[in-house]
Design a protein around this ligand. Structure first.
Ligand SMILES: Nc1ncnc2c1ncn2[C@@H]1O[C@H](COP(=O)(O)OP(=O)(O)OP(=O)(O)O)[C@@H](O)[C@H]1O
Ligand SMILES: [Mg+2]
Length: 158
C-alpha cells in the first residue's frame, strides 16, 4: 500500500514530518530516499519536532548517526537519525545496530536508506521524496505494517 502527501514549501515538508510522528512507534525503522536536496533532513526535522526533540536536527552525514532525546513523548525516548550516503560497505550499516538501538524505546530514521534496505528487511516504513516542478515535493510512504493504515490514511489526507 502507498500513501502520498504533497509539500510545496520546506515548512510544509516539515509539517508532513511532524504529522508522520503520529505514524511511527517505538521499534520502527524508517528509510528515507530521494535525490540530493530532496528534503529528507527537512522531513526528519519535522518528525523530531513532533516527537518532542528540542535540539536542532541537522544532517548527520559526517557522523553517520545522531541521537536526539524526545521530551514528553509517552512511548518514544530517542530518535536515531542516520545518513548512510557515505557508507561504502553494508557491514558498516550492520555495525550501527539500529535494530537493537530502537528496541530501547527508539525509532530510527535513515537518510539514503534504500542503499542499505537489505540490512533492514521488509518490516520497515519507507518514504520516498520526489521533486516536482516549482520545488514541490511529493512524499510517498509505503509499508507492509498493517497496523499503520489508519494513521497513514490520516497523514495522507491532511
Ligand atoms: N517543498 C520543499 N520541501 C522540502 N525542502 C524544500 C522544499 N522547497 C525547497 N526546499 C529546500 O530544499 C532543501 C532540502 O534540503 P535537505 O537537506 O532537507 O535535503 P536532503 O534530502 O536531506 O539532502 P541530502 O541528500 O544532502 O541529505 C532545503 O534547503 C529546503 O529549504
Ligand atoms: Mg540530508
Amino acid at each position: 500500500m502507498t500513501w502520498r502527501r504533497r509539500a510545496a514549501t520546506s515548512e510544509q515538508a516539515q509539517r508532513a514530518g511532524e504529522d508522520f510522528s503520529t505514524v511511527v512507534r517505538a521499534g520502527d525503522i524508517v528509510l528515507l530516499e530521494g535525490p540530493l536536496g530532496a528534503g529528507k533532513t527537512t522531513f526528519v526535522q519535522g518528525v523530531a519536532r513532533g516527537l518532542g526533540v528540542t535540539e536542532r536536527v541537522t544532517s548527520p552525514t559526517f557522523t553517520v548517526v545522531r541521537q536526539h532525546a524526545c521530551h514528553g513523548h509517552p512511548t518514544i525516548s530517542t530518535l536515531h537519525h542516520a545518513d548512510v550516503y557515505r557508507i561504502h560497505h553494508l557491514d558498516e550499516v550492520v555495525d550501527l545496530a539500529l535494530g537493537e538501538l530502537v528496541e530501547e524505546r527508539g525509532v530510527a530514521l535513515v537518510e539514503w536508506g534504500e542503499l542499505a534496505a537489505s540490512v533492514f528487511g521488509d518490516d520497515v516504513l519507507r518514504l520516498s521524496i520526489a521533486v516536482d516542478d516549482d520545488d514541490v515535493r511529493i512524499i510517498t510512504a509505503t509499508t507492509t505494517k498493517e497496523d499503520r493504515r489508519e494513521a497513514l490514511d490520516a497523514w495522507s489526507s491532511t
